[in-house]
Design a protein around this ligand. Sequence first.
Ligand code: EPU
Length: 424
Amino acid sequence: MDIFRIEGPVQLSGQVTVNGSKNASLPLMAAAILAAGKSVIKAAPRLSDISVFSQLLGQMGCKTARTDNGDLCIDAAAIDNPVGDYEIVRRMRASICVLGPLIARCGRAEVSMPGGCAIGDRPVDIHLHGLRELGAKIRLSNGYIVAEAPKGLTGKEIFLGGPFGSTVLGTANVLMAATLAKGTTVIESAACEPEIVDLANCLNEMGAKVTGIGSPRLIIEGVTDLRPFEYQVIPDRIEAGTFMVASAVTAGELTLKNCRLGDLMAVVDRLRNIGVTVEAVNNGCVVARKAGSVIKTADITTQPYPGFPTDLQAQFMALLALADGNSVVVEKIFPDRFMHVAELNRMAASLRKEGPAVIIAGVKELMAAPVMASDLRASAALVLAALAAHGTTIVNRVYHIDRGYEKIEEKLNPVGAKITRISV
Ligand code: EPU
């Protein structure tokens, strides 16, 4: 198990290139199931979550491989075992998005029911509701979701909203299943995240007929078959947002390449409000904060896209911990996603959780401490805090970070960070 030793404070300066998106690549990998043949995802990041998803596809009968130039190839010529095994699903909840494509391609699927995780209960009832509406017969057996549609699926008007608004992977599941259904499907209250837009664009490259892309009303005319794809995944907006905060928290100046500002408007708006400059440049942006300038306070509420993303809530908390006064962060997607609060307090932050909100009393400086990574984005927040903190921070359980950030130390050390990975 690796740990990070991080020396601070540092001031970051230079250029960092953002990877292809993890959360767009995973549904694209599931989409490969829909076509008998070899699909290629260009710029898929080299992350442990992508490797785990490759294992999942491998157990079904797909062959996955990386080419020398980094493309991820998925050969789904034959799927002889439409099963999502518990051992894999328990490691990665995103595995659930094979359910829709498997039913559409094979007429049946057995996928382990995901459990909760460090960020909350995370039910899949809306996924199942949508697939049932398309005609799948679904039951739970020994912890597995068993779905059958031997005569295929049939298009329908489906409302897919839930208590927290739209669902990203629920939309992906129902959208992929509907591409091969008979007739027309309308998904009302669909997720509008850029990752869903990317998936829908890729499905259309495969021969699907999806319109309303990027809106909460997706219309899908079913087709009888789809062809394999070769498709370049979008840049990772959450990795980009994390590097933006890295620049801001260290009073640095980072140029981010392969970054789409349009996917990050809520984040850019908050950054500008608290005194950080964000300027668009060719294929990216420059994010800077003057040394010695104050970080102004902010009120942040996480929301479905285009609102402020829950996946950047923890990282912003590390930044607002150093703000000049009190800030409030309200979590409206995963109300329990606050495992980082106690760890940041160990670094001399002053955060107080009140139900689904955290009140942040800004402090003058953070202090290094040994801390524990609990989930992917919480871990990123600890790394950001450590860059600004005085002393040597030890971040334990770095494997959480490796799920979503490709060698973060190799990206940040060339621009001034002092992060050492140690195997213990
Ligand atoms: N929800 C339900 N029922 C469902 C599905 C969702 O009640 O059937 C609730 C969830 O519990 C949550 C809300 O709806 O309160 C939204 O969850 P959503 O389904 O949108 O989350 P997800 O699709 O499981 C993806 C990302 C997450 C990201 C969320 C929200 C991937 C692989 N995962 O999860 O990313 O936080 O959308 O934007 O795309 C991460 O990358 O660190 C991560 C957790």
